[in-house]
Structures are given as C-alpha cells and as structure tokens.
Design a protein around this ligand. Structure first.
Ligand SMILES: [Zn+2]
Length: 81
C-alpha cells in the first residue's frame, strides 16, 4: 500500500524542481509572500477583502524556498560557472 504522504512529498519536490528553473518566479513568490508583523502571509489574503489570512510561511512561500534551495545547491562549489 503506497504511503500517500510520501507520494505528496514526491509531488511537492517535483514541482519545486520545476519551479527552480524559473528564477523570476521564485524571486517574485519569495518577495510577495512575505511575513507580516502579525505572522501572516502578506499575499495569501481573504478573497475580496485583501486582508492576510494564512499563517506564514504559507505553502507557496515554502515551495519557492524549496525551489531556491534546490537551485542554489546546483550552483554550489564545483558546479558549472
Ligand atoms: Zn502566501
């Protein structure tokens, strides 16, 4: 029986790897989904109201951050210039 949480994690990493090739998108997500003073995500807002509602880090921020780490690890020492 497949472990569904493991499957979800694999899917998550696949998306993050895909995202890691899109530098602009990663930067944009990280800067927009910033933490507010209340500890909420500034970009994940209530529809129609624009008030933050999700605790930070939201899933989009986490995904972009994972993509950034994956990308940076590829550009690490010893990698191609
Ligand atoms: Zn967010």
């Amino acid at each position: 029986m497949p472990d569904s949480s493991q499957e979800a994690h694999k899917r998550w990493l696949r998306i993050a790897r895909e995202l890691a090739t899109l530098d602009d998108v990663v930067e944009q997500l990280l800067s927009r989904h910033a933490r507010t003073d209340d500890g909420l995500c500034a970009c994940c807002t209530r529809p129609g109201r624009g008030t933050p509602m999700l605790p930070w880090p939201c899933s989009l921020y986490s995904l972009a951050r994972t993509a950034q780490v994956l990308r940076d690890s590829r550009h690490g020492p010893g990698g191609p210039a």
